[in-house]
Write a protein that binds this ligand. Sequence first.
Ligand SMILES: [Zn+2]
Ligand SMILES: [Zn+2]
Length: 1033
Amino acid sequence: MRLRSGVFAASCLLVEALGVALFLRGFFPVAVRSLPRREARGDPPAEPAPPGPVVDRCQQYLLAVAKSLKHHLSRLCRVHFSVVLLHFPYPVQPSYPYSNGMVSNWTKIPPPLFKKVVLVLIDALRDDFVFGSKGKQFMPYTTQVVEKGTSYSFIAEAKPPTVTMPRIKALMTGSIPGFIDVIVNLNSPALLDDNLIWQAKTTGKRIIFYGDDTWVKLFPKHFVEHDGTTSFFVSDFTEVDDNVTRHLDRVLKREDWDLLILHYLGLDHIGHMTGPNSPLVGPKLREMDNILKKIHISLLSKEEASLPNLLVVCGDHGMSETGSHGGSSEGEVHTPLLFISSAFEKRSGPLTPPGLVQQTDLASTLAVGLGLPISRNSVGNLILPVVGGKTMREQLRFVHLNGFQLSRLLQENTPAYEKDPGYEHFKIAEKSHGNWIKLYLEGNNSEILLNLGKKVLKQYLEALKTLSSSLSKQVAQYDMYSMMVGTVIIMEVLLLLLLSIPKALSSQAEFEVPLSPPLFSLLFYLMCLMLCAVHVIVCTSAESLCYFCSMSWLTAVGVMMLISALMCGILSAIAKIFENFRLPLKNLVVSSSSWSEIDVLILAGTIGHVLSLGASSFIEEEHQTWYFLINTLCLVLCQELCRNNFLLKEWEPHHSTTMKQNFDSVGEASECKNIDIPAAGNSKLSKATSSAEFIKGSDKWISLASPWIILICCRLLRSLNQTGVQWAHRSDFGHWLTSSEHKSELSFLAAISLLMILFLVQRRCSLVSKIAMALGLLGVYSYRAAIGNVIFPWQHDSKDISKGITEARFVYVFVLGIVFTGTKDLLKSQVISADSSVKSTGLWEVYSGLVLLAALLFRPHNLPVLVFCLLIQTMMTKYIWRPLKCDAAQITVMHYWFGQAFFYFQGNSNGIATVDISAGFVGLESYVEIPAIFLTAFATYTGPLLWAIHLLCYLSSEVNRNSAAVGHGCFCYAVLRSVPVAIYIVLVTGLRYHLFIWSVFSPKLLYEGVHVFITAAVCLFFMAMDQKHSQKV
Ligand SMILES: [Zn+2]
Ligand SMILES: [Zn+2]
């Protein structure tokens, strides 16, 4: 069977996308947790027993035997037996009768410490908004309570990803949610783990909630009263909060609730739109301060003699210097945590800076405060000062319960838990606790007892800290089997692509796929059988849950057959290469002199970039790599142009022949070896004449200047969006433009940019599309004006801001219209086989439709990115590629590099925080999943996508080019994407226990994964456009 390069590349990428999906599923598994909550209602442990003389060695031995038996049994059949065993009384501390008849019979959960609890969560509340100068200025009441009132204040550290939903989960379960929560952030299913809200509801507490409707989705039917507000319209600063506050007066007067949760979103929205230093932040903080004052006074006024009330103020995450969140910068992870209650002692003495705690600590602390069991998956520690007013016995009881819960979680997740230092500490502390109880029960109530208690408390706290740190490390486990299968598929595809380079880039651009030589079919069946056997063994012996094993047998066998087939393909390709080596020697004539500077740069650049992916700083600052590469590329092109203009005249015939010899060259597995220089003999002639023509014109000087103009464009773009991590906080031109006092400048720039886009795009469109484009771009401007980003010249005072739905839909109509016209032309050229100009117009129209869509989705300050993108493409096409006669492979690589650079020029980075989710809501009344995901993905990958489509436009519009050019382009594009993905996946597997795995490597993995899916789609489009070639051959 013969396959064309385009078809081959597209199918390879589809298979690769499958492998990537499997790998991602294994890499981001559901976190390993404790048993489901329904089975987990074991009794709380009793207080540690005082060591009595009755406890002799014999009993200790029996206990040890029982424990080891339980351990082995549960390892054997983890799921079924451990459920049963957990219902056994825990064998370590039964309450022994004490010698003088006294028994510690405190086996119940301690009663609640607070009557009512109000939890105020202010989204994106950064620590310096409360404790810094902003807090002093805008939150006077809170500052006064923090400094002189009855309160405890802390800085709570949130773990990345600092995104709302995982943070709410962490606050309420005390566990560390996996990274996968970022992806499902937009579509939150109900929380099934044991959590504070569920515990409170089961013990009959009445909970009221107002605010972000993520809570209502996470805890359906848990609230006796709720009013959820959607958080997706980030341009709304007031309504989201008024929606919460309007209930407040009524609820505070009532007595029929125990827990009130308020989640304020306005501050987060202000951060997203204008950043942490915007003038809007101050008034918002003042509003929050007044609300806190109101709640606090109301709680104080209703306090009775029985129990005090508690007010908790916290943030789910902070915000970065640009106002977004998701990453791990200090501003994003540090949030304030305040406990305010009349139960605490009044603050006095010099002001101490707030201590650092973990965000997960809140769940255990609130559980103790409300008299509930601590959630089973919680890795948090009790914040001791909050219970500091209680007696020593009670305090010890609380920390013991916390330690018991942590050590049980450790037992369920690690086989070797007994060797864990935290577990050892806990056992020691438990023993001294028992001794303390003995003294206590004897009626010893002196100073000594208190001091001894303090010592025990300290031991406990140390144990808690060690336990939770070793648990936090273990919470995430990788599904290695799925990862391995995915990696094998990806590596096989990569090998196959690399081995087929010489054939795929030959002038025919197609090759033989050996389907059924008998040897390979035998090998194929053998491998299938072997792999299936391995699958059965792995899946029956695996201890933990594995995604690939949970798939149906048929799918698994299908995947195994795929792997075997790919393996056979690789082997046959290798065999063929050896055959070619042994056959005639003519191929060895290929000389290395045919490598131009561009080829060397392309190869070195690709290898260098791939190698740089192993270092976290290179990933954080990946934009620097790409900027460097395209700048170097411009310099090399400049040199090449000089040579072409001044020196090459006499060299040319020679140059051309060496290039020609390269056809069908076998050898170097570099993605740049390749040729589609016009095949026939007249090419030399045409080239010479065109070159002569070219040199005559004044175009020569424009051509010589164009690399320098491109360099200047790149420099300007660089200063537009500061990206990466290290220098992301530095002010850039984009910030200057978006600040509220420069609105008129921004409007001017946006208008100019839109005009430029129209000018650059229209020249190759049909008349209808031209008009549609102009109207569409006008619609883009009025959309931005409607949502308040830019102003019309006649509009002086800022009028009321709308969501701009009508305007955005107006633009969508034109986008669809232009794309439709383009598709119609394409179909016409495909079916009726009209001349190629119809086809290239059609392609260009599809391209311009995408440009219009990008103009709508881009923030107004990013519109120059689009202009420069079009400008550079035009210059490259006219003045560089055409005169230099670059081959399809070189042009593809250049397109790919510029696409990558534009990915960063538009403000993206390898962190989750820079994804502009507001793009997913342009023109939508409410959140609709599929369009939102599509629009966000398009807005994020606009740069690479536009360059890829431009590549297709360019390659198919060049008439004098070999008809295989599109196939070559598609193939090179596939190779360029596969190399970094395959290597990165191997690297990330090796670095999976790296300190920065969550903050740096995982987001990058997600970006790479999504990019593979997009490239696969682009390659399919290429393949569809490659039809003409097949008809000709
Ligand atoms: Zn948030
Ligand atoms: Zn946010």
